[in-house]
Design a protein around this ligand. Structure first.
Ligand code: ADP
Length: 305
């Protein structure tokens, strides 16, 4: 069946991304809670139709590690995209306390399986692997979203692509600076995976903006500096796993099949991890941190008066 706006009851805003707003909605005919992403695009109807047709492949992207796609439609120049509602949000909001190693292994396993499924079954390279594009629910399930399926959509969004946290592999940064778009291969996603793992482990982006004078200096560090590593209190296996993702030379990075056989993920398969408990704790930690930030801001604002 095709989803349209009249079937949806709008609820809370879930977040704002670079390209639009995500809202919780209720699909009235089925009583299913969904997340609806609104992407404003100044395009004519034929281009918007082309995007909807390209998005159709998402109906085949059905796997435990992929956020389910329910359908998309457009109204005027906005594309609305309906997907599975993930009630703990994105990983970036759960990592502030740092993700412990057993949970990190569980999350990484899901990411690798999801990425491998996209590539093997749908010939899709994700192209935007980062903690904000990994969604979590209170059951402790980990699922990928926001992967590049529509060339037309990608082209339309590229112009507005800003942001100072780059998860792009060195070869991609070099390629972009030479206006060379053909440098993207699946191993570029493996780099982004490794970088995301370090971010989860330490609770912040591994190339902190305060260390670099500007974005150019930060990108230079990614291209010319040594790759970052997991902190020393993580196991040798986990540190080796990340090192295999973060080779500067793309051909030397591990494949998904190799990563799945790595001792770091093998150990995960033989271990039980209470993911729902971790999700609750991580949400609680974030709630406390936000409350503290609000308190500090209030103090600051009152003292400024
Ligand atoms: P970005 O452009 O940074 O990737 P998005 O526009 O995809 O951000 O999403 C903005 C925010 O909305 C996310 O940070 C996330 O917290 C929330 N969100 C996105 N998709 C979902 C979903 N399916 N379920 C619940 N929350 C979501």
């Amino acid at each position: 069946f095709a989803i349209n706006m009249s079937q949806l009851q709008l609820e809370d805003e879930l977040g704002k991304g670079a390209y639009g707003t995500v809202r919780k909605v209720l699909h009235k005919p089925t009583n299913v809670a969904m997340a609806m992403k609104e992407i404003r695009l100044e395009l004519d109807d034929s281009k918007l139709n082309a995007i909807l047709m390209e998005l159709d492949i998402l109906h085949r992207a059905v796997a435990p590690e992929i956020v389910e796609f329910y359908g998309a439609f457009f109204i005027e120049s906005c594309v609305y995209y309906c997907m599975e509602y993930m009630d703990a949000g994105s990983l970036d909001k759960l990592q502030a306390a740092g993700v412990p190693e057993d949970v990190l292994a569980r999350i990484t396993g899901a990411m690798v399986r999801g990425l491998k499924f996209l590539k093997d079954d749908l010939q899709i390279i994700h192209r935007d692997v980062k903690p904000t594009n990994v969604l979590v629910n209170r059951k402790g399930e980990i699922k990928l979203c926001d992967f590049g399926v529509s060339g037309q959509l990608e082209k339309s969004l590229a112009k507005t692509n800003i942001g100072c946290q780059s998860y792009m592999a060195p070869e991609r940064i070099k390629g972009e600076s030479q206006n060379n778009v053909g440098t993207y291969t699946v191993s570029s996603d493996v780099w982004s995976l490794g970088l995301s793992m370090i971010e989860m482990a330490i609770g912040r982006y591994p190339y902190p903006p305060e260390t670099y004078a500007n974005v150019f200096a930060q990108l230079t560090a990614i291209v010319h500096g040594d790759p970052p590593e997991l902190p020393e209190d993580f196991s040798d296996d986990s540190r080796d796993f990340v090192a295999r993702c973060l080779h500067k030379v793309p051909e030397l990075r591990a494949t998904y099949a190799e990563l799945l056989e790595h001792p770091f993920l093998q150990a995960d398969r033989g271990r039980s991890v209470d993911m729902p408990k971790w999700v609750i704790e991580a949400l609680g930690f974030r709630e406390k941190k936000l409350a503290e930030e609000r308190r500090q801001k209030l103090l600051h604002d009152t003292s400024a008066v």
